[in-house]
Every structure is written in C-alpha cells, then in structure tokens.
Design a protein around this ligand. Sequence first.
Ligand code: PHE
Length: 343
Amino acid sequence: MQKQLEELHTQALSELERVSESRELELWRVHYLGKKSKLTQLLRSLATLPLEERQSIGAQANEIKKALETGLIEKREILEETSLISSLEQEGLDTTLPGRPISAERLHPVTQTLEEIYDVFRNMGFQIFEGPDVEWDYYNFEALNIPQWHPSRDTFATLWVDSPGEGARLLRTHTSPMQIRIMENSRPPIRAIIPGRCYRYEATDATHESMFYQVEGLAVDKNITLTDLKGTLFEFCHSLFGSERKIRFRCDYFPFVEPGVEIAIQCLACNGTGCRVCSYSGWVEILGAGMVHPDILKRVDIDPEVYTGFAFGLGVERIPMLRYDIDDIRLFYSNDLRFLKQF
Ligand code: PHE
C-alpha cells in the first residue's frame, strides 16, 4: 500500500509538470484530487484498516494530498501569468519593453529662481512679504515721488483698472509700492524682500512680456549706508552668478531713491566681449537700486535724520535667461512643456 501511494505521488507530480494549459490542469485535478480519485477513496476507506496501518498510511496519504494541492496552486499561478502575457502579446503589446518613466514633478524655472533668491536674502536676515497685484495709483506712483505730471510715468506703460469714484487703480507696474505699504505698517529695523508679478501694457517681443516677476528689497535702520547696499547686492550677485563674475555699479535715476544706482553683471553668454544677449555691450543690467529718498521716509513717518535705508528691484526672468541662454522671455508663460521640462 505504501509503495502504491509513493508511485501515485511521483506519477501525479510528473504529469503535473507536463500540464501546459488550464483545461488540462482541471482534468489533472479531477483525476488526482477529485471525489473519485484513488487518493480520496483511499482516505475514505482508512477506517476499514487495522489501527497501526491506519495511522501510518493515513499520515502518508494526507501528506501526499497536501503536496498535490500545493503543486496545483503553483501550477495555476504559472498558467495564469503566461496566459495574461500571451493575451497582451496578441494585442500587440511587447511585455519585454521597459516601462515608461513616470515624469517627476518639478517647479517652474521662475519659481526655482525665486527660491534661490529667497535663500540668499534669508541668510542675510531678510523676511519675505507679498502684496496686491491690483494697486492704487497712490502706492504705485504718488507715494514713490511720481506725481501725476512726472515724466517718469511715461516709462511705465500702465494697465489701468476701472474703479469709479475710488481713486485710480492699476495693475502694479513694479513691486516698489510694497516699500510704502511695509513702512506704513512696521517700524525700523526693516529687512524685507517682496516677490511679485508686475504688469505693463507693452507690445510683447523676445525681451518684453506684459506680465513678469520682480523681487523688491528694502532695508531701513539706523546707520544704513550706500556701502551696505553695495555689499548686500554684490553678495547676492556673487551667490547667483559665481564669485568670479564681474559686477558693474553705476549711477541711475529713480524718483524714489537718492542716490540711485544700477547694477549690471558681465554677460554670461560672451564673458564681456559683446554679443547679441548683451546688445554688444558686454554687460547685462539686472537691477535698479538706491538709498530710500528722505521724502519717502517722511511720508511714512520715519525720521530721515535718524533712519536711512536702501531699496532695490530686480527682474527675475532675466536670471534664468542669462544662465540658460534663453532668448525669448515669452517662453516662460506660454505653457509649452517641451520648454518647461528642460528645467
Ligand atoms: N521699481 C524700479 C523699476 O521697476 C526698480 C527699483 C526698485 C529701483 C527699488 C530702485 C529701487 O524699474
């Protein structure tokens, strides 16, 4: 009996090995594990055997039953897998091709640049503020020493917003109005940077967009001098463009600062020899700055005899444009993934 059982075991397993489709597997199951199978019948007739035999044969038969059941389950899994693959192949799917890479999320190049700018100024103790995109004429112009008649208004191609009876409203043309708002609401010492969108009613071309980003900076305290302005902004330029990069520092005019300055860096594209990017001058202007005008300090009730300050405003898109040799500012906001995915 023992020998018979062993033979049954090996025969069943070798037949199972040869099974190659699920219909055959079902026949195999009925034959070896079904109600009428030898094994089942033997297990049923155990009771008729003498006690000793009953125990040893019973144990052996049960073990074989378990082994066959495990074999059945394993075979079933293998067959299911192969049938899935072959049906995919019939549909024309090559299951040996590597999977498509899942594209990683990434930040917009302008956002990446902003984060870098925040890091530099955060390390120097500046706090980040935000302000409204729709601004009053008062903050955008009047309070910044640009009254109605001032010729400097002409340089800001302003988008006006209808605001009947409430005073003139507009889409801010620069982030400088936030200088006033911050000084109205806090007292020195002030160290602030203000990122934000600005708008100008301009024909767009490779270097002009009607919407762009600026980052404004403002520091007001006792004993702040032009040297602090220069040191802070040189540090900023060197952090972003490398310590070797030459920086040009010279006079400029903005009604809300006195004196006013302009900072340019040596062109990244040609290293100063002159090219299309820098209009063949070797330099690229990246920010305007200056010492906060004493009239402005007075306007927000800060005593210019006690406090002084500096302010600056920089164009954000220009930084990635210079670094990555991007020749059209409109690419940033046209939502073309072929462009955006490169960063
Ligand atoms: N707001 C100025 C501009 O848009 C830049 C600036 C900011 C200049 C702060 C001086 C001080 O051109």
